[in-house]
Design a protein around this ligand. Sequence first.
Ligand SMILES: Cc1ncc(COP(=O)(O)O)c(C=O)c1O
Length: 364
Amino acid sequence: MTDITKLMRPHLVKVTTYHGVDPTEELARLAGIKPEDVTRLNANENPYGSPTSVTDALKDIAVHLYPDPEQRKLRAKLAEYTGQPVERVMAGAGGDEIIDLLLRLFTEPGQKLIDCEPTFGMYAFCARIADASVVMVPRKDDWSIDIEGVLDAIDDDTRLIFLASPNNPTGNLLTEQEARALLDTGLILTIDETYYEFCGKTLCHLLDEYENLVILRSFSKWAGIAGLRVGYCIGSETMIRHLMDIKQPYNINAAAEAAAIAALDNRDEVLERAHILVEQRKRLEATLNELDGVYFYPSEGNFLLCRFVGRSAREVYEGLGKRGIFVRLFEQDRLEESLRISAGTPEQTDRMIEAITEILSGSH
Ligand SMILES: Cc1ncc(COP(=O)(O)O)c(C=O)c1O
């Protein structure tokens, strides 16, 4: 028998994979409850989904035809939404695909990406797949970027820096001053604004000054279409032209394209639901403020990083799990006491508040 692993690219044979979130049915099976009793607050999804004005657009799709490889209609809408020329925008199958494309475009094996943990794991994952090296410059205690540390870490092999703003899971923003300091290095800086619609804060205006900046956005969170996989990026014309050249021709499927366009056409209604999530995050914050044994970090996203004192995050995670509530637990040492809780509907927030109050008062 041929050992086919010997034929594989060596760096991929034992690659550390990325574990995405399990489907609701699997969460229910693990918790021994019914799928309808699962409260899913572990992936920063929009529990409202998208309104019928968006889902209706899925009814008339010509599924027998290939979608537009040039993404003409969607790019035109994105250009209008972002106030950028159409030549500066491109859609991807989720922000995830664009992260992967950036690694493919800018790194050769062994070249470096700078990553600032704790942050979204997909930057390091895509680097591993591309055989790029990840140089980790940990965030400071207040989760801001160690700019000096990043500048010191740069050498001739460094190509890219990835920073999320708001950052997942810490919720804080990158400042303009920090972004400029990094852009002035001339390296490719990706500012990942996946959670932009929850805070309205962007560094898009820097695109006019810096050819090496790329802004990443997503429809997964605010627009409630994570299952359809649509994200986009804004960059210089040159950057976008080259990304368009290397993407899979039909990366945005017909359903994804129709839903993303409908979300932009009905943006007020879609955004209303995103704003409810921000209200619910604030409600959760107000309750946690009253409880002993838990702190949270200020967040600009639809999630809250909570730190528990005197008990491990796993203990709280398991207590919530027993009640059918799923949140995000982390493996990193620095987040050993922390859980990330996604903002939910008012009913989900009621359930969360009741459960945390019970757990912190000693009932498991
Ligand atoms: C910071 C950040 N960037 C990108 C993504 C990927 O989003 P998408 O669903 O568009 O691939 C996520 C998803 O959790 C995220 O938190």
